[in-house]
Design a binder for this molecule. Structure first.
Ligand code: PAF
Length: 274
């Protein structure tokens, strides 16, 4: 496994594997089983796998946890090595960004509702870094978790509308045995907070149960979820279709139920694809 830190080295490496299929897994490090499942899928499906580890400052809002964001470089490198990664790209901010950057704006509706409403500008930064990374790595396939459902949608939209050639591969959410969706931010949770964090997946499971029983009314489903989530500080509970249009009625095979809530000072998100 090679480790590189500059865009120039990455370009060089990319040239050397010109004829092979390339899988790319962009991450902000602090790798957990969720990331590992993306990496393993990439290793299975491509000749070469590139992983990037970069805590991207442009997707953090002022006052968010950019400085506190968990950084575990040694452990991350070990994980990548064991998972069969060929190249890890770990640039510095200075190597990636210049003072004079053309601005990339997330779409004005789907980029500014839900996560984008509560974190305005977040998706501008996500798209900016993902576009740079896709241009540098020019992968055959790039792997993104369904847990960041809106991010996944916006990246698919960017790839389509900017005519990029990479195939975006959505990957299933990985959960702890008790249902907690894996997240690098789970390390912030105390034992007590972790119990409340479980309410996110529990509320989604309850919603799914009602939908299986025939309920389609989004308001009713959301109201019950809000009750379950009451010990947390809910930011939103919403049901959208796969194009992120808000739904009043659940559509089977075309809906995503989304939740974002603070447990203590930790902001968690989760969702279920229906
Ligand atoms: O999902 C993430 O970890 C980040 O948003 C990503 C895609 C690596 C861009 O910084």
């Amino acid at each position: 496994m090679i480790q590189i830190t500059t865009p120039q080295e990455l370009r060089q490496y990319r040239k050397s594997i010109h004829y092979e299929t390339i899988g790319f897994v962009p991450t902000m490090g602090a790798l957990h089983e969720g990331h590992i499942s993306l990496i393993k899928q990439s290793v299975r499906e491509n000749d070469k796998t590139i992983v990037s580890i970069f805590v991207n400052p442009t997707q953090f809002l002022p006052g968010e946890d950019l400085d506190a964001y968990p950084r575990k470089t040694e452990a991350d490198l070990k994980i990548c090595q064991l998972a069969g990664v060929d190249c890890v790209f770990m640039p510095t901010t200075k190597a990636i960004y210049t003072k004079e950057e053309p601005a990339l704006k997330a779409p004005k509706t789907t980029g500014y509702i839900l996560e984008g409403y509560h974190r305005p500008g977040h998706f501008d930064g996500v798209l900016q870094i993902v576009l740079k990374l896709l241009n540098l790595t020019r992968p055959t396939r790039a792997y993104f978790g369904k847990k960041d459902a809106q991010q996944l949608f916006l990246i698919q939209n960017m790839v389509q509308t900017l005519y990029l050639t990479t195939e975006i591969v959505p990957c299933e959410i990985v959960r702890e045995h008790d249902g907690l969706a894996l997240s690098s931010r789970n390390v912030y949770l105390s034992d007590e907070e972790r119990k409340h964090a479980l309410l996110l997946s529990r509320s989604l499971k309850r919603a799914a149960k009602h939908i299986i029983e025939g309920e389609r009314d989004a308001t009713k489903i959301k109201t019950e979820m809000m009750e379950i989530l009451s010990p947390t500080k809910v930011e939103y509970v919403e049901i959208v279709d796969r194009n992120f249009h808000l739904l009043h009625e659940v559509e089977i095979n075309n809906s995503i139920i989304l939740v974002a809530a603070y447990v203590g000072s930790t902001r968690l998100i989760d969702n279920m694809w229906i």
